[in-house]
Design a protein around this ligand. Structure first.
Ligand code: HEC
Ligand code: HEC
Length: 320
């Protein structure tokens, strides 16, 4: 009994300990990310939270970083002009991009500028964020009224204030971390476990989905509320579009393998994660209207299934 109580005190003390002694700079100890094996209790943990971090107050960028954090965690509500679906950045980058094996963004600012294979050009952090709005947040679905009364598509670009704010937040959580950070790229399925896409069985994926995912995502994939969390739409008009990274089978499987199911991440095998991803990507989602401009300098990856299906004739490859 006493032992249990003491253990509990230790756990609470550990949980309450500041993630990083000082931030930014100084001899601070780098904040650990929220561990990958986690529960709903840690769903709202942020090792670095700009809304409460007193060291940020002195920074001229404080209000921008805070806006960036709010945009990141409540994107559909805070950036409606740039979000054509029901998702937040934090739906996929769990714990506001500060969780291990859930596509963490801590430290990622330092890897940019970086060559982007899909678009065949060098990307700044801001370019990457615009890409996320265009694809994961389906901004290309948004129409704006013109003075002449027409409704036209509007695409975000790097001059948008929302993009600058989110970049400020990602730079802030990246301060003091070497690039690339050691936790980057840990949402991938090992090469020797990859199953050729045409050998995946959507029927098996569907039954695995119903067994492991439906309780929170619904049989219709549209998400049910659990406490103050709501899983986002996995397919259909309110989901990410078919030009997003998460619309690729192996990319999605890498997220599912290590970050889902939410209360027991890591319990699925690589095979099961790929079957489920195969099922999810067999279903309709919004079309990214600029797909023909992607992968012009490299081959279309085999798991980019929405590019393979009914793809228009492409010009010969111009590989450099
Ligand atoms: C549907 C899930 C999803 C949503 C929503 C999403 N992302 Fe991502 N993001 C990913 C995936 C998957 C990757 C990595 C793989 C890829 O895209 O090729 C990624 C990569 C990134 C990267 C590059 C990380 C690196 O290590 O290079 C940044 C930065 C990023 N996202 C920011 C954002 C921001 C900002 C938003 C919101 C505006 C957002 N993401 C919304 C899934 C998502
Ligand atoms: C216990 C509830 C729960 C279960 C079970 C669960 N998820 Fe989730 N999932 C969530 C929540 C909640 C989020 C949003 C996380 C956030 O906003 O912090 C989420 C997010 C996701 C996302 C990111 C995009 C989105 O739509 O929000 C994907 C993809 C995903 N889950 C796939 C799966 C798959 C596949 C399974 C089954 C293997 C699964 N999940 C099981 C609760 C769950």
């Amino acid at each position: 009994m006493i032992r249990t109580a003491r253990t509990l005190v230790l756990i609470i003390a550990a949980a309450a300990a500041p993630a990083r002694a000082q931030h930014p700079g100084g001899d601070s100890v780098r904040a650990p990310l929220v561990p990958a094996s986690t529960t709903m209790v840690t769903a709202w943990d942020f090792p670095l939270n700009p809304l409460t971090d007193s060291s940020l107050a002195a920074s001229p960028r404080a209000s921008q970083v805070r806006r960036g954090f709010r945009l990141f965690t409540r994107t559909a509500e805070e950036a409606p002009a740039l979000t054509g679906n029901g998702l937040a950045c934090g739906n996929c980058h769990l714990n506001a991009g500060q969780r291990e094996r859930a596509l963490p963004l801590t430290g990622v600012a330092g890897v940019f500028p970086e060559y982007n294979k899909r678009e065949g050009r060098i990307f700044s952090l801001e370019d990457r964020i615009v890409g996320c709005f265009m694809r994961s947040q389906n901004a290309t679905a948004i129409r704006a009224d013109t003075p002449s009364g027409d409704r036209i598509r509007t695409y975000p670009d790097t001059s948008a204030a929302e993009v600058a704010d989110i970049a400020a937040y990602i730079r802030w959580i990246s301060e003091g971390t070497g690039a690339p950070p050691p936790w980057r790229g840990h949402n991938t399925i090992a090469a020797d476990s990859l199953i050729p896409v045409d050998r995946l069985d959507p029927a098996r994926g569907k039954s695995l989905f119903q067994e492991h995912c439906s309780s929170c995502h619904g049989n219709d994939g549209q998400g049910v509320a659990i406490g103050d969390k709501k899983a986002g739409p996995l397919w259909g008009p309110r989901s990410w579009n078919d030009g997003a990274g998460a619309a690729r089978v192996y990319t999605l499987a890498g997220f599912i393998r290590y970050a889902m199911p939410y209360l027991n991440p890591g319990c699925l095998t690589a095979e099961e994660a790929q079957q489920i991803a195969g099922y999810i990507t067999s279903l309709p989602r919004p079309a990214y209207p600029l797909k023909r401009y992607d992968y012009l300098r490299t081959r279309i990856p085999p798991d980019a299934v929405y590019y393979q299906r009914g793809a228009p004739e492409r010009p010969p490859l111009n590989e450099h």
